[in-house]
Design a binder for this molecule. Sequence first.
Ligand code: HEC
Ligand code: HEC
Length: 180
Amino acid sequence: MSISRFAKTLSGWAAVLPAVLLPLAACLTAPVAMADSQPLQPRQMLPAYQQECAACHLAYPPGLLPVRSWSHLMSGLDRHYGTDASLDPAAVQQISHWLHANAGTYKRVQEAPPEDRITRSAWFQRKHRELDVAVWRHASVKSEANCAACHTRAEQGRFGDGELRFPAGLDARYRRAFED
Ligand code: HEC
Ligand code: HEC
């Protein structure tokens, strides 16, 4: 996947901010903002990050949170969203260093969201406001944080419209938000 594809996706977000359901064409034709052309998921994944931070959930793309959130999160792993995700100091240091180097710097991600949750970010809430609570709670989704339930390329940091899937077993009336 090319950096320019990411850039298009990112500038696409900026372009579609006021309206949620713009066609994909809008993203593809939006001008590329160079300041925002940073990939969400670095080309080189840190093995320790995948090993330690993808045991319980997706290896969240570092570009989805600012440095401040990652720092805070990495300094409280013993109290990690109701679980203990502690690591030895060397691993904490290595992962923190990599997260800092690859943290989000573009507009959307500048402010640290409440609880350092990607899912509490303003852009996240806006992008998903069409989804019903029943969708998040469904057995095949379980949580907003379970990106891969709906985004087939989430591992690669890709969240485009063409890479969505409708979670299995979900009532068809919720399908609208997945198609535009
Ligand atoms: C022992 C299991 C476990 C490990 C290991 C773990 N996490 Fe988590 N993490 C969780 C749980 C549970 C949640 C809350 C998920 C939810 O709300 O659905 C979470 C949530 C998160 C979130 C917020 C997701 C959101 O709501 O936007 C981030 C970011 C995160 N983890 C990063 C990390 C990083 C970085 C590491 C590695 C240092 C890590 N996690 C390791 C269990 C774990
Ligand atoms: C229950 C399914 C579901 C889950 C879980 C989910 N999303 Fe989404 N997401 C969607 C749908 C549907 C859209 C398309 C909304 C639209 O276009 O109106 C979307 C849109 C997006 C977009 C905007 C893409 C674009 O091109 O504008 C991003 C970025 C995104 N999601 C990231 C995430 C991340 C990161 C997570 C996990 C922390 C996540 N999503 C979890 C269903 C989901």
